[in-house]
Design a protein around this ligand. Structure first.
Ligand code: 4AD
Ligand code: MG
Length: 477
């Protein structure tokens, strides 16, 4: 007999045919009703044990968390709540659990507790749902780019360059930290290191993606990126996944169109394919909201919020317009912002981004044309000489979800910019070559995958949307 998944059984007709399934016991009630889950769906299937004809010693081993193998006919369910159930004719305990010490008891656990038990937390409904949605989103992303003629490119994880110029990198080295070789100046001599130069984990695949865009036309990367920024917030990870499309001959307006179309596609995909998981996550949020004061409650349900993003055009505003709005805003005038907006040129904090999205525009916002000196070196300088063709996409509840730009395609302008920021030309000679041989305008962006998963699942902490979060002072598992 072939093993069947719970997902498949739950939509099958109860024809009294024998079926076989394996999974983990969620609960065992009245020595009779097993709720069995195998991860294929958020739902568990009811398996009814004939306790009068089952050994007491076997019944005792059917406990929450145990792995079991069940055989018996699939029948119409006698009780309410489910259409079908399995009448257990034989049950084999594949792996016992210990009801005393098993951390995932059938009750509500805090997210903090589950983070400490991240190796078992996907046995809860919440984390099962989040991780199935995460998996679907990854597929939807590849699907979008594949359908639209993009090549999937694997950019290197170890690199010698700092794409964002922020110096927030993890060093990759095989030197002995207790006794490193020193040069004549008494500094660590990285010429002696594994790669013969300083190297680090990548903060972004963009620079290498640009090289492929300038030959293959339309490419994207989707891989892990690393940032050694010491920000312990609910939106930052030291290791996160980023999706970075890069397109030749595309300007900033095209970049915005692409990002908007792409985001709408992947959100739509989840509404279509993960309805059960979303329904659960939506209820979870409704329950969570009940314990909050009225003003903090969300006016929209999760699916309303997702539909809202799909149905509405993102607002496009320049940085300069945004500064005017913020300067004249209530929280600025009443000094409610932690960082008050006073002059053009200020970097926007997440409190400002969220004000624009959640209070002022009440829909996703694309901010563009930022001051050159608060953005990375590679962004295309505008004719005004002060601003660059940068764009950030801000989402409700999240803040910045996408950062991108049109790239500086003019060799001399790029060289000047690098010189001003002390970025050595020798380090990026290959990047400059793109501007020497057949340069053309091109653009791209980076979408933080975990921020997208947060938005789609409604989870409030980024640590709960990646299997094993890496954050300052934490690399458990
Ligand atoms: O805005 P960022 O730094 O842009 C880049 O790295 C560009 N090279 C992308 C490009 O144009 N190809 O990062 C892009 C996105 C952010 O908008 C945010 O969603 C996410 O990556 N991100 C993080 N997500 C989790 N933890 C962190 N520490 C993050 N830093 C950035
Ligand atoms: Mg950014």
């Amino acid at each position: 007999m072939q093993l069947r998944s719970v997902q498949d059984l739950l939509v099958s007709q109860p024809l009294n045919e024998d079926v076989e399934l394996k999974g983990w016991v969620r609960t065992f009630r009245a020595k009779r009703f097993i709720a069995l889950n195998d991860g294929s769906t958020i739902k568990s299937i009811q398996c009814v044990v004939d306790f009068e004809n089952t050994d007491e010693s076997l019944l005792k081993r059917i406990t929450t968390g145990a792995a079991v193998h069940v055989k018996g006919p699939l029948v119409e369910s006698q009780g309410g709540g489910q259409a079908v159930e399995v009448q257990v004719e034989s049950i084999e305990i594949l792996g016992d659990s210990d009801p005393e010490t098993y951390p995932i008891q059938p009750k509500k656990h805090s997210l903090e507790f589950l983070r400490e038990n991240a190796h078992l937390r996907t046995r809860t409904n919440t984390f099962g749902a989040v991780m199935r949605v995460r998996s679907s989103l990854a597929f939807a992303i590849h699907d979008y780019f594949n359908k639209n003629g993009y090549y999937y490119m694997h950019t290197p994880i170890i690199t010698g360059s700092d794409a964002e110029g922020a110096g927030e990198m993890f060093r990759v080295s095989t030197l002995d930290p207790k006794d490193p070789p020193l040069n004549d100046q008494g500094e660590v001599d990285y010429n002696e290191d594994f790669f013969g130069k300083e190297s680090n984990l990548t903060v972004s695949g963009q620079l290498e993606a640009e090289t492929y865009a300038m030959s293959l036309g339309k490419v994207y990367t989707f891989g892990p990126t690393f940032r050694a920024e010491n920000s312990n917030t609910s939106r930052h990870l030291a290791e996160f996944w980023m999706i970075e499309p890069e397109v030749a001959f595309m300007d900033l307006a095209g970049n915005m169109d692409l990002a908007e179309d792409f985001l709408k596609y992947v959100v739509q995909y989840i509404l279509k394919h993960n309805a059960d998981d979303l329904a659960f996550l939506e209820q979870r949020l409704i329950q969570e909201d009940k314990s909050k004061p009225q003003i903090e409650r969300s006016p929209m349900t999760l699916t309303d919020k997702l539909r809202f993003v799909i149905d509405n055009q993102f607002v496009r505003v320049t940085y300069t317009e945004a500064i005017d709005i913020l300067r004249n805003s209530k929280p600025n005038k009443k000094k409610k912002f932690t960082y008050l907006i006073d002059e053009w040129g200020a970097d926007l904090q997440s409190e400002h981004e969220r004000y624009l999205v959640e209070k002022h525009f009440k829909r996703p916002v694309i901010l563009f044309d930022y001051p050159a000196n608060i953005k990375a070196f590679y962004m295309r300088l505008n004719e005004d000489g002060n601003t660059v063709r940068a764009m950030d996409i801000l989402f409700p509840g999240i803040g910045e979800i996408v950062g991108g730009s049109q790239r500086e395609e003019r060799l001399e302008v790029l060289k000047e910019k690098m010189a001003a920021l002390d970025i050595p030309e020798e380090e990026l000679w290959w990047y400059l070559d793109l501007r020497r041989f057949g340069t053309a305008i091109h653009s791209g962006f980076g979408l933080g995958f975990e921020r997208l998963v947060m938005f789609v699942t409604g989870m409030g902490n980024i640590r709960d949307v990646i299997p094993y979060p890496r954050t300052p002072l934490n690399a458990e598992f």
